[in-house]
Every structure is written in C-alpha cells, then in structure tokens.
Design a protein around this ligand. Structure first.
Ligand SMILES: [Zn+2]
Length: 57
C-alpha cells in the first residue's frame, strides 16, 4: 500500500486519502523543495497525500 512521503505524515491510501505522484518539471521540483527533506529525491513510487499537497502549495 502506498503512503505519503511527507515528513510526519502517515496518511495512506488504505486510510481513505488520495495520493498523488510527483509531477515532472518545475512543479515537481517545488513539491520536493517544500518537503524540506535533506538530499531526497522522489522515486517513481513516491506519493504525496491530498493533505500534504494543500499545506505545501
Ligand atoms: Zn501527507
């Protein structure tokens, strides 16, 4: 099951949250910047939940 990649966030698909894959290009880069995770890059299976996206945009 997929879970949110944001720090301190444990929202998962099986808890009823929507999860989104990282967009390509500038928008995806902005998501990563806003996550403030050191030396972290999203993988093909990385997701952010709807809650974390709202906080970060
Ligand atoms: Zn989240």
């Amino acid at each position: 099951m997929l879970g949110c990649a944001a720090v301190n966030c444990s929202n998962r698909v099986d808890k009823g949250y929507k999860l989104f894959s990282f967009p390509k290009g500038k928008r995806g880069t902005k998501w990563v910047d806003n996550m403030r995770r050191d030396k972290w890059t999203p993988t093909i299976s990385s997701r952010l939940c709807e809650v974390s996206i709202k906080i970060r945009i």
